[in-house]
Each structure stands twice: as structure tokens, then as C-alpha cells.
Design a protein. Structure first.
Length: 643
């Protein structure tokens, strides 16, 4: 696990080594163990190493091929590297290290980008072919590891984090109007876009090949539009899910340093711990956190039950007197873009806590998206029946009978179920600000494209395989969008901020492919979620864990804004420098704030979204530009605002 960066000048001009050094230094937190820089002619590569496999200097990067014509920087892990290495050794290959990086480089030398079909892992890497002057970027199938890039007719710049790209003077700082609108719709950006104009995310399962003529992006992996039509019993499917998950967990434990696990007490993390315990020579180190407000915000009792069941070396932390303001600001720095999923706070806290004991943790991300774990899945299935009600009942009488403050989820269901288009309706389950609210919030912006509503990614993924059943279409949409752009990014940025590697066994591509071959009826049955996963884990986990209510990684936002964050929000968002550089309507921001403070409405997540945007704007853009109405313009390489 590491951080990578680099630059390729398409015009043939030599790369400035100090630029690569600054880019590399900016992501030191991703790899504090060693660093390396390679510069030759129009190409430069940088690397920060977190040593996990082959701790010797032989595993350092950038790493060269034996003939010196190819150089690689690699972030991630190849879980089947030992098997691949043995196969190549039988064919006469000799290796100078025990690292998975060298195995990947040798595979690339032999097969080119087709080597990606052979590897099982999470990764983002770059290979510079010096003889052909070609740079190849690749990202793993699911998008577990991030990879950002900027490409124009002069230069390609790439990195594990945007902050490294911004060290290159050829990369402008501009706000993308579509990225801006997408953030306030969903609380994050959607690949391939970011909130910065011109800065892209390489899509999961894609490669980018660049030479002096430009770059071309192609897809090397996706699920196939051939769902398994064989009759299959629930018992048979459950047995195969259990086998594949067991193999995935065992393979993900490969390491030359201690490996632990996050343990929330939910189904997914508990299953990971259960299968880790089968092969670990020592008690598995497990980590859990809870907030001192108790109740809904703590699952420590559940985590203790699982830890006791599997005899783990359990570590827990009850968060008291948290310096929320300082923590938010730290996370704004590490995420590079505004990011509104408040679960990044406890994820960062548990990562920092675990890093005191281990360098690697296994986590439960992906189980919900493979097997149907969210309430919105059965809500979406129920929506067509709701739409059969007369409009005065569905959207009128019911909403008047339900207090918005106490029944926020029910009101969300009523609003969303009323959306006529099925694909947009699915995206609306995850929206933060409605179209009307955004129109008022963005009233100071004159040239945001009228046609842009932020839902195109949901439409694209939801309609990719129209023959699939509704459950699998929802799950595919989340696998391609929601999962990599929210949960995986949340985990990567929070864990790597403290130099901790997070691995996600549920997203082993073999398990992913099998899960999507199963019909949706084996995943969501009426209001029963994760049906087949629960059946697969029957007898493995306690029934109290298998059949408990769904519980997210929650933080007390509503209470914070009425308490300790009240003054902080006012100073940041309502002061003279607030409202995001005149891009937000400050009157609406202030009205929502006081309605929340007075208990008239619960706007905690909305205030959180605006606060994170303002803090991001202050850190990354303010001071670099001069204000000019709704559009902010600055120096030769800085332009901020909506064009």
C-alpha cells in the first residue's frame, strides 16, 4: 500500500524533478516508510511506500525491469502474487525481490495490459515504457484504490490524491459546474468527474494509455450481461457464497506485518472476523469505536459479543470530548474534495486507533452492495405500489399526518416514491438537496447548465443491463457508483491519512461476479435484506448478529449543530467569508441553520454538506483568487467558479 504520482510531457519537454519531489512529499502520509523518484526525459514517477510485503529495500519503488526499459509505481496489493510468481519461476523467470510489485511488473512485461486478467487484488499503478515513450495507468476492477489524473494536449499528471496533482503548476484550479451541482445533490463527486474542472478519476476496471499523440481510456473489466439462468436452490447458492467469502478473507490476510480487522458488530465485519479466526495463528486483533452519547451512536455491545465468540484480541475506544472542529478540518485536507458522508469521522478515528497496533486491517465494505443490505432496496421495490394511491393520499394527507422532525425517513420515502422515472427515482433515494432546494441555493449562479440534474450516472448504470431484475440493477448501480465514489473513497482516505492499509474481502472480483449471477429474489425478500448472505452465515455468526436491525456508522450531527458546532458553523458559513465565494445563497443557508437550531426541522446532513464545502473552499481555493460576482477568477493557472 502506497501513494503514487507522476507526470508525462506529451510535447517531449523534460520533466522538472522538483515538481515530482513536491508531488511525492504531499502524499507522505500514504507511505512513511520510504520514498523514491524517477525522472528521465519527458517522464517522471514518484512513490511513497507503506511496507507490507517484502519489507526490504528490494521492494522499494519506482521499480525498474531487468533491462531498465520499464518503470512501475504501484499502490495496492496483489493477493495471488505468490501463485503467479511460482508459475513464472517454473517457466525460468528469476526474481530479485519477494514483492508483489515485481511480480506485477514482470507480468506486464510478458503480457502487456492483458496481465490484468491474471491478477486478483486492489491496485492503482503506472508503468512508463521508456523505449516506446508510453505511460499506462490502471485501476482495479471495483475501484478500491483511487487514481486521479489531469490530461490536456501538453501533459498528463496523475496521483493517488488530488493534492499531489495541485503541486504541478500545469494543473489549473477550477470548479466544475457539474461537479459543484453533483456535490450538493449527493454529497460527493461521481467518477470520472471531480469538483475540479479537468481533474478526473480513472474509472474502476479501466486503463489509460498515453503517448505523445494523447491519451485513450478503455475498459478491461465489467460484469457480463449474462446472469446465470440455471435453476439454483438457496442452499446451493449459500454454500457457494460461504466458500468464496472464506477464500477471499484467507487470501486477503497475506502480509509480512500484523493484520487486524474493524469490528462494528454488524453482519459484514463480523463475518470477516469469523473467517480470519479460522486461519490466524494468533487471536485476531479487532477494533471498534463508539461515541459517549450512547444509544443509536454505539454498537460496542454487539462488537464485544462477536469478539468474545471468536476469541479476538479486542480493542475498543469510547470517544469523549471530541475536538470535532479540528477533526473536520483535518479530513477536509485529506479528502481534497468536499465530502459529505459524516461516517468519515468515526472511520478516521478507528483507523487512527488501529494504527497504534497494526499496519493492515480487513473491513466489511461491499457486503451491502453485493447482497442487498440497504433499506432503500425494498423501498424502491415498494414504490410502484405506493404510486397506485390517489395523489391526495400519497403526497398530501400522509405528509400532513407525519411530523417531519420525527418521521424524516417516511417523508423521504413519500417524496422519492413519487418520482415517475424509475432510474431517477433510484438516484433520488440518495439525494441530499431536492431540485427546488438546489435552485434556490444556487440562485447566485447564472450559468449552471439548465439540463444538468446530477442523475446521469444513476441513469447510465441503472439502465446498463435492462434484462436484469430490479434488485440486481440497483446493486449494479451501487457497485459502479455509490460504492467506489463514497464508501471506498471514505475508507481509503481515512485509513491512509494515518498510514493504515484497509482491505475489503467482500470485493474480491470472484465473489462479486458470483453474487451478480444470483437472482435478486435471493438477496432481498420483501423487507428481509441480505437473505442469501444471512443463510450462508447461519451457524457461523450468532443469530443476534445475523438478524439485528441495519445500523450505519452514525455520528450525532443533529445534536452537534444544536450544540458544539453551532458557533463553528456560524463563523465559517455565515460570516463575511461564508457562502462558498458567493456561489451559495447565504439567506437560504442562514434560514436552514436557524430552523435547525430552533428544532423546527432536522437539517443536520444539509448543514454538514454546506460546512464541508465551505471548509474545502477556504483551504484549497480562497486566497488564490479575486471575487467577481458568481464567477471567481484569478492568476494564470487559477480559475474558480462556474463558467
Amino acid at each position: 500500500m502506497c501513494g503514487i504520482c507522476g507526470q508525462f510531457n506529451l510535447n517531449g519537454h523534460a520533466v522538472d524533478r522538483p515538481v515530482i519531489e513536491r508531488m511525492t512529499a504531499s502524499i507522505r502520509h500514504r507511505g512513511p516508510d520510504s520514498d523514491g523518484v524517477f525522472v528521465r526525459g519527458p517522464a517522471g514517477l514518484g512513490h511513497r511506500r507503506l511496507s507490507i510485503i517484502d519489507l526490504s529495500q528490494a521492494g522499494n519503488q519506482p521499480m525498474a525491469s531487468l533491462d531498465g526499459t520499464k518503470w512501475i509505481v504501484f499502490n495496492g496489493e496483489i493477493y495471488n502474487y505468490a501463485e503467479l510468481k511460482r508459475a513464472m519461476e517454473r517457466e525460468g523467470e528469476r526474481f530479485v525481490s519477494s514483492s508483489d510489485t515485481e511480480v506485477l511488473l514482470r507480468l506486464y512485461e510478458k503480457f502487456g495490459v492483458a496481465c490484468l486478467e491474471k491478477v486478483n487484488g486492489m491496485f492503482a499503478f503506472a508503468v512508463w515504457d521508456d523505449s516506446a515513450e508510453i505511460l499506462v495507468l490502471a485501476r482495479d476492477r471495483i475501484g478500491i484504490k483511487p487514481l486521479y489524473y489531469y490530461l490536456d494536449d501538453r501533459v498528463l499528471v496523475f496521483a493517488s490524491e488530488i493534492k499531489a496533482l495541485l503541486q504541478c503548476p500545469l494543473v489549473p484550479r477550477q470548479v466544475s459546474p457539474e461537479g459543484f451541482a453533483t456535490y450538493f445533490t449527493f454529497g460527493h463527486s461521481f467518477a470520472p468527474e471531480t469538483i475540479y474542472r479537468g481533474i478526473k478519476k480513472l474509472l474502476p476496471g479501466h486503463i489509460l494509455v498515453c503517448n505523445s499523440a494523447g491519451g485513450r481510456t478503455t475498459k478491461y473489466w465489467d460484469l457480463k450481461d449474462t446472469p446465470d439462468q440455471r435453476p439454483i436452490s438457496a442452499d446451493e447458492a449459500a454454500a457457494e457464497v460461504r466458500r468464496l467469502l472464506t477464500e477471499a478473507v484467507h487470501s486477503h490476510m497475506v502480509s509480512d506485518v500484523p493484520v487486524g480487522a474493524f469490528l462494528s458488530g454488524g453482519i459484514d465485519s463480523s463475518a470477516i472476523v469469523a473467517f480470519m479466526s479460522q486461519v490466524s495463528q494468533y487471536p485476531v486483533k479487532t477494533f471498534a469505536v463508539g461515541f459517549d452519547v450512547g444509544g443509536y451512536y454505539s454498537e460496542l455491545d454487539d462488537a464485544r459479543t462477536v469478539a468474545k465468540r471468536f476469541g479476538t484480541e479486542h480493542h475498543e475506544k469510547i470517544v469523549t470530548d471530541l475536538d470535532v472542529e479540528n477533526l473536520i478540518d483535518r479530513l477536509v485536507y485529506h479528502y481534497d474534495e468536499p465530502f459529505a458522508d459524516a461516517a468519515n469521522l468515526p472511520t478516521f478515528i478507528v483507523s487512527e486507533f488501529a494504527r497504534e497496533h497494526v499496519k493492515v486491517v480487513l473491513t466489511g465494505e461491499g457486503g451491502d452492495e453485493l447482497f442487498g443490505g440497504y433499506r432503500r432496496y425494498y423501498a424502491h421495490l415498494a414504490a410502484p405500489y405506493f404510486r397506485l394511491l390517489p395523489s391526495f393520499l400519497g403526497d398530501g394527507v400522509l405528509k400532513k399526518l407525519i411530523p417531519a422532525r420525527r418521521m424524516r425517513r417516511v417523508c423521504k420515502f413519500i417524496d422519492t416514491a413519487s418520482v415517475p422515472d424509475e432510474d431517477k427515482r433510484y438516484g433520488t433515494w440518495l439525494s441530499l438537496f431536492s431540485g427546488d432546494a438546489k435552485a434556490e441555493l444556487f440562485s447566485g449562479i447564472q450559468d449552471l447548465p439548465d439540463h444538468f440534474d446530477g442523475y446521469e450516472s444513476y441513469r447510465s448504470y441503472y439502465n446498463r443491463f435492462p434484462r436484469w431484475d430490479t434488485v440486481n440493477r440497483m446493486l449494479y448501480t451501487d457497485l459502479k457508483g455509490w460504492l467506489p465514489d463514497t464508501y471506498l473513497e471514505k475508507t481509503d482516505k481515512a485509513s491512509m491519512a494515518v498510514s493504515l492499509e484497509g482491505r475489503v474481502p467482500f470485493l474480491d472480483h470472484r465473489l462479486v461476479e458470483y453474487a451478480f449471477s444470483l437472482p435478486g429474489r435471493l438477496k432481498v425478500r420483501r423487507r428481509t435484506t441480505k437473505y442469501i448472505l444471512k443463510k450462508a452465515l447461519n451457524g457461523v455468526l450468532p443469530s443476534s448478529v445475523l438478524y439485528k436491525s441495519k445500523h450505519g456508522f452514525a455520528v450525532p450531527l443533529d445534536d452537534w449543530f444544536r450544540g458544539r458546532l453551532r458557533t463553528f458553523f456560524g463563523d465559517i458559513c455565515l460570516g463575511s467569508n461564508g457562502a462558498g465565494g458567493h456561489l451559495l445563497d447565504k439567506r437560504l443557508v442562514e434560514r436552514m441553520f436557524w430552523q435547525h437550531i430552533n428544532g423546527e426541522r432536522d437539517f443536520g446532513i444539509h448543514l454538514w454538506t454546506m460546512l464541508n464545502y465551505q471548509l474545502w473552499y477556504n483551504r484549497f481555493l480562497r486566497g488564490l483568487c479575486a471575487e467577481a460576482g458568481g464567477t471567481l477568477t484569478g492568476g494564470s493557472s487559477v480559475q474558480v467558479g462556474v463558467e
